[in-house]
Design a protein around this ligand. Structure first.
Ligand code: NAD
Ligand code: TYD
Length: 379
């Protein structure tokens, strides 16, 4: 049986990956600091499973990581652990520098020391897979070709810059020390268990509750969207068949403007929650102040992983969104648990309201950002 050390496995993508490993006869050691974004409820399906070992800790805690590696002797490390939200990186970049750059450096150092002492056959098979983002490539114009693995890095947000720095470190540890590392750069994921500060879960949950749907700027920024399980499947293929030292782009070939996403979510909700008093949900759309330095467009050319490893996304945009909405409608306990005081504080700060509950459709809403709805289109 193979053992994988998964970092950040209580977060959105990491937990979906860990749950998917259940049927694959893999032993998972799950190292997660349980920041606001990590949630043990995400892993409930593996409660009592002897092939899932959870270890609360920091990827930057060298003695802790060393002991985990020595005790469990993994065949691979897959690094999901990160601070991952662009808006939070604009509000307060420090934890991004600490975890994404310094933390990754410490994890690399400990993995390298462990890897060097492996017997030759295990050393050859060992992999360090670093999960990164398309945001490292910067922003595209309307007609610019999609990012390829050779597009130069040009990160624009503190989040993207911290991920770019970590990618460079991973690359250097392969080039300089021979660590069999691989990097993947994926586009925006959506699906079950995503913390509701990101676009799709925020919009779904606000719409269910009849709260405003805050669209930044003109709503015409473009992202490429991929269902989370398709991303996890791509990562499995990269672990099994990817070449050390290489980078693989992963994406859904699904470019959408933000307003298209929000409107599609709204019409699916109209259909899937017919008893909702808030239909049509699109009437809740509220244009708010733009994000600082907001990247206009991301698009990913993922032909390489298709050609070389045979990966292809299975979900369509609509089937993936339906599954996602269904999950949030069915998992009210999860939703309540993540909307803790810390979450409410964030929503209040980010959207300029004194209390998250005040993010209601009241006509006299005095929120800074929501007031900018006066310059919105279609309201
Ligand atoms: P997430 O924020 O949901 O989860 C991150 C997890 O890492 C959390 O469980 C958190 O507790 C843990 N963590 C944070 N700091 C840690 C530390 N110092 N030590 C150990 N654990 C720590 O993020 P996600 O959306 O699941 O993203 C996972 C990875 O995938 C990230 O590296 C992100 O950059 C990358 N990525 C995300 C997307 C996306 O759309 N969400 C797209 C492409 C790439
Ligand atoms: P987000 O989910 O934060 O992912 P990223 O910034 O990594 O792409 O945002 C996706 C897009 O949605 C991005 O263009 C910003 C926009 N957005 C809104 O318009 N309103 C919101 O409340 C949020 C959170 C994001």
């Amino acid at each position: 049986m193979k053992t994988i050390l998964v970092t950040g496995g209580a977060g959105f993508i990491g937990s979906n990956f860990v749950l998917g490993e259940k049927s694959r006869e893999t032993r998972v050691v799950n190292l997660d600091l349980l920041t606001y974004a990590g949630n043990l409820l995400n892993l409930q399906e593996r409660d009592g499973d002897p092939d899932h070992v959870f270890a609360k800790g920091d990827i930057g805690d060298r003695p802790f990581v060393r002991k985990l590696l020595d005790d469990n002797r993994p065949d691979a490390v897959i690094n999901f652990a990160a601070e991952s939200h662009v808006d939070r990186s604009i509000d307060s970049p420090e934890s991004f520098i600490q975890t994404n750059i310094v933390g990754t450096y410490h994890l690399l150092e400990e993995t390298l020391a462990f890897w060097k002492n492996l017997p030759a056959d295990r050393k050859d098979r060992f992999r360090f897979l670093h999960v990164s983002t398309d945001e490292v490539y910067g922003s595209l114009g309307p007609a610019g070709p999609a990012f390829t693995e050779n597009t130069p890095y040009a990160p624009n947000s503190p989040y993207a810059a911290s991920k770019a720095a970590s990618d460079h470190l991973v690359r250097a540890y392969h080039h300089t020390f021979g660590l069999p590392a691989i990097i993947t750069n994926c586009s925006n994921n959506y699906g079950p268990r995503q913390f509701p500060e990101k676009l799709t879960p925020l919009m779904i949950l606000n719409a269910i509750e009849g709260k405003p749907l805050p669209v930044y700027g003109d709503g015409l920024n473009i992202r490429d969207w991929l269902y989370v399980e398709d991303h996890c499947e791509a990562l499995r293929m990269v672990l099994e068949k990817g070449k050390p030292g290489e980078t693989y782009n992963i994406g859904g070939c699904c470019e959408k403007t933000n307003i298209e996403i929000v409107n599609t979510l709204c019409s699916l909700l109209d259909e899937m929650a017919p008893e909702s008093p808030y239909s049509p949900h699109s009437s809740l759309v509220t244009f708010v102040n733009d994000r600082l330095g907001h990247d206009r467009r991301y698009a990913v050319d993922c032909s390489r992983i298709g050609r070389e490893l045979g990966w292809r996304a299975k979900e369509t945009f609509e089937s993936g969104l339906r599954k996602t909405i269904r999950w949030y409608l069915d998992n009210t306990q999860w939703v309540q648990s993540v909307r803790s005081g810390a979450y409410r504080d964030w929503i209040a700060r980010q959207y300029g309201v004194a209390d998250a509950n005040a993010l209601q459709t009241a006509p006299d809403c005095s929120a800074n950002k929501l007031q900018s709805a006066s310059r919105s289109q279609g309201l």
